[in-house]
Each structure stands twice: as C-alpha cells, then as structure tokens.
Write a protein that binds this ligand. Structure first.
Ligand code: NDP
Length: 287
C-alpha cells in the first residue's frame, strides 16, 4: 500500500531530465527541494538548497538525476543518508547500480534504481508513453508508489538493484541497432534523387512490421529450438548479405555498420545453423 501522506521530495540535478522531473512533481502539487552543482534556473515553485547535504536533509524521498554514476558518488559522498529513500534515475550499468545500492544501504538508506525510457518532453505528460524501469527495495517502491507514478508510468522489475539498468540498457542497445540500420538505409539513398522525407515513412513502417520478429526469437530462446517456426532461414538470409554488400558498394556506402551482424550470421551458418532463424547469433554473442 502506498503512503499518500508523502508529498514532498528532493531532486539532486537540474539538467534537462532533472528539471523535467521537478516540473512534473511541482505541477502535481508536491513540495520540491532542488539542488544543482552549478547555478541553474530552478523550476518555479521549487525550494533551492545551498548544498546537496541540505537538500538530502530536507526530505525522506531523494531523487537523484545526474550525469553518470561517478557524479552520483561524488555528490552523495559524505552526506548522512540515515533514513533516506534514495531513488537514482541516473543512467548507469547494472554493476554500478548494485554497488550503489550496497553503498547507500550500508549508510542507513533504502535504495531504488530507475531507468528512464523517455526524453524530457515526455515527462509528466499523460499518455506520452514515458515509463521508468525500477528495481531494488520493494518496500521503498511501495512506500512511494504515488510519487513515483507522477513523472511517468512505473515498471518495477524486481529486487535486484541492477535489473532496472539492465532492462534500460538492453532496450537502448536494441534502439542503437535500429538507428544503425536507418543510418545505413539513408546513406544508400543519399546520392540519388530520392527524398529522405518521403523515404522515411516507408522505412519506419517496415521497421515496425519487422520488429515483431523478435517475438519469434524470444520463443526460440525459451524453447531452445532455433528451427521452430522458421520462415526466413539463415542460409537464405546470408545469401542476401551478398546483395546488401554489392548494393552498398554500388552506392558508394561503407558496409561497416552491417558487417558485424552479417559476419555473425555467416559464422552460425558455417557452424551448421543454415536451417535456423538468426536466434543463434545471441549464443555467439554470449560466448
Ligand atoms: P544534463 O547533461 O542535462 O545534466 C547533467 C546533470 O548532471 C547536471 O545537473 C550537472 O550539473 C550534473 N553533473 C554532471 N557532473 C556532475 C558532477 N561531477 N557532480 C555533480 N553533478 C554533476 O543531463 P540530463 O539531465 O539530460 O540527464 C541526466 C540523467 O538522466 C543521465 O544519467 C541521463 O542518461 C538520464 N536520461 C536522460 C535522458 C534525456 O533524454 N535527457 C533520457 C533518459 C535518461 P551541472 O549543471 O553543474 O553541470
């Protein structure tokens, strides 16, 4: 059950994201104390603390949204965290989040890590699709359920403090692959009389249609049978690799973004996986 009486919180960090978070809680009627390392315009209505220690002392719930793990360590070092509920919305690695959890817990605080799946303009905007992965203290998560739901939807992924970061970075990694593919596609049409603006909706619709392919990958990983329900086998797909390479050469485009993935597909075929889909690439990466 959430504690509806908690309507005050502290935010450390007034960068683009920290400011957006602060504005969303202020708009929801929370009393917000903020601190930033250098002088920055604080959102209207926020109480500005002179030091991080003063900001942390002001409220039980302390939200941290700084550049990286090192800046979080530098900021919280030496501050009394007894009885504080620290919610870290700074992007970090799973190991960094786990170590931070131990560091804060050893100093008498509770810890919840978060991975924000949104850009600042989506924060506090209903139905924007913004959400945050949280993991760590289930008690903290329960205590502050109402407050945490203000800036974005909440997806709690377990007591392991590293999981929110892992889910976050896994999704970011998938996004990088998508952007890499789009960059190559735009480069291919770049020298021609084709409008990138007219091309974009065709590419995006295809990317969206193909994204569902990952459900099949997931099912195969779960069953261990990489030939289950295969529609496009690796032998066929790696033959297409040749066409992709020749097209890149014809268009004067470097294949360097596609090469690593194509090489892994081909390695799997060489090891006897020609009748599978590309799920075996996952195993090659985990070696
Ligand atoms: P900004 O670059 O806008 O702000 C960085 C913040 O970190 C500033 O408050 C800065 O303070 C502070 N900072 C940097 N180094 C230190 C330090 N050594 N000690 C104390 N404070 C420090 O970043 P964002 O606000 O955009 O991002 C904050 C976090 O949110 C990051 O981890 C980011 O990955 C994450 N995030 C951001 C998204 C986005 O689209 N913006 C999306 C999802 C997550 P100062 O003003 O003094 O430099």
């Amino acid at each position: 059950m959430s504690d509806n009486t908690i309507e005050a919180l502290t935010i450390l960090g007034l960068g683009d994201m920290g400011s957006a978070l602060a504005r969303s809680w202020l708009a929801a009627g929370y009393t917000v104390t903020v601190w930033n390392r250098s002088a920055r315009q604080a959102p209207e209505g926020a109480a500005v603390a002179a030091t991080a220690a003063e900001a942390v002392a002001a409220n039980t719930l302390v939200v941290v949204c700084l550049l990286d793990d090192a800046s979080v360590r530098a900021t919280l070092d030496g501050i009394d965290l007894t009885g504080r509920d620290v919610v870290n919305l700074t992007t970090s690695t799973p190991a960094e989040a786990r170590a931070l959890s131990e560091w804060i817990t050893a100093r008498g605080g509770r810890f919840l890590d978060g991975g924000i799946m949104a850009v600042p303009s989506m924060i506090g905007v209903p139905d924007s699709g913004a959400y945050v992965f949280y993991s760590g203290s289930a008690e903290l998560h329960k205590t502050h359920a109402d407050a945490l739901a203000v800036p974005a939807d909440v997806t709690y992924v377990g007591a392991d403090a590293g999981f929110a970061a892992l889910y976050d970075i896994a999704l970011l990694s998938a996004m990088w692959g998508m952007f890499a593919g789009a960059a190559h596609a735009f480069a291919l049409i770049g020298g021609e009389d084709i409008s990138p603006v007219e091309f974009a909706p065709l590419m995006i619709a295809y990317q969206q249609a193909m994204a569902g392919y990952s459900y099949g990958t997931a099912a195969q990983l779960a069953s261990g049978d990489y030939t289950q329900g295969v529609e496009s086998n690796l032998a066929m797909m790696t033959t297409t690799n040749g066409t992709l390479r020749r097209t890149a050469a014809e268009q004067g485009v470097s294949p360097e973004l596609l090469e690593p993935f194509m090489a892994l597909m081909e390695r799997r075929v060489a090891e006897g996986g020609g009748n599978e889909s590309n799920t075996g690439v996952v195993d090659l990466l985990r070696r």
